[in-house]
Design a protein around this ligand. Structure first.
Ligand code: FMN
Length: 183
């Protein structure tokens, strides 16, 4: 009697990434949901900010977070020079900010009613349920992005407001609000 072939030995999966197309990669990533953040910082040229879904919680002790910035981003040089930044976890009512901070760079901070600055200089977007201030701990170029690690020095949490704002989500090219499956 011969053993049935084990499926994993039949699959010819290359261990490098050269076997996939950019479209296969993009299609799989589109299917991965993410919370929506806007990263802001200050620079000698003025305020800088961009929408980012690459945010991740990295470490509790010390409290580290991360995100990736594209090497094509107009915010890259300011990011590489920055000593600190603010990461805004957008609420479902802030889809307009996700749009604003992913489009025309020059118009992102033109509406003064939308933001203020911390005494440390970073722009703060009004009405954000949670924002974190972080000092830049490490910046590592990887592939076509730079991986930024921040040490969280301040947490601003408005989620005890009633009703608490639900987070804004991004999935398959569209924005969503979360829906609980059960209590
Ligand atoms: C939902 C969403 C998520 C994004 N996430 C990131 C990200 O994690 N990192 C990044 O560098 N750009 C991200 N971008 C792109 C930037 O927000 C921005 O559109 C891009 O840098 C182009 O801006 P620029 O013309 O100022 O360079 C995202 C855009 C959208 C709409």
């Amino acid at each position: 009697m011969t053993d049935a072939p084990r499926p994993e030995t039949e699959l010819q999966v290359p261990d490098d990434l050269s076997g996939i197309t950019a479209e296969q990669y993009r299609a799989s990533m589109r299917h991965y949901p993410a919370g929506v953040t806007v990263v802001t910082l200050t620079s000698p040229q003025g305020p800088v900010g961009f929408t980012a879904t690459s945010f991740a919680s990295l470490s509790l002790d010390p409290p580290l977070v991360s995100f990736n910035i594209a090497h094509t981003s107009s915010s890259l040089s300011a990011m590489l020079d920055a000593e600190s930044l603010v990461i805004h976890f957008l609420g479902e009512h802030q889809q307009h900010l996700a749009h604003r901070f992913s489009r025309t760079t020059e118009e992102r901070f033109t509406d003064r009613a939308l933001w203020t600055t911390l005494d440390t200089g970073e722009p703060i977007l009004h009405g954000t349920p949670i924002w974190l201030r972080a000092t830049v701990h490490q910046q590592i170029p990887i592939g076509d992005h730079t991986f930024v690690v921040g040490l969280v020095t301040r947490v601003h949490d408005n989620t005890d407001e009633k009703p608490a704002a639900a987070p804004l989500l991004y999935y398959n090219g569209r924005y969503y609000r979360p829906t609980a499956l059960s209590d």
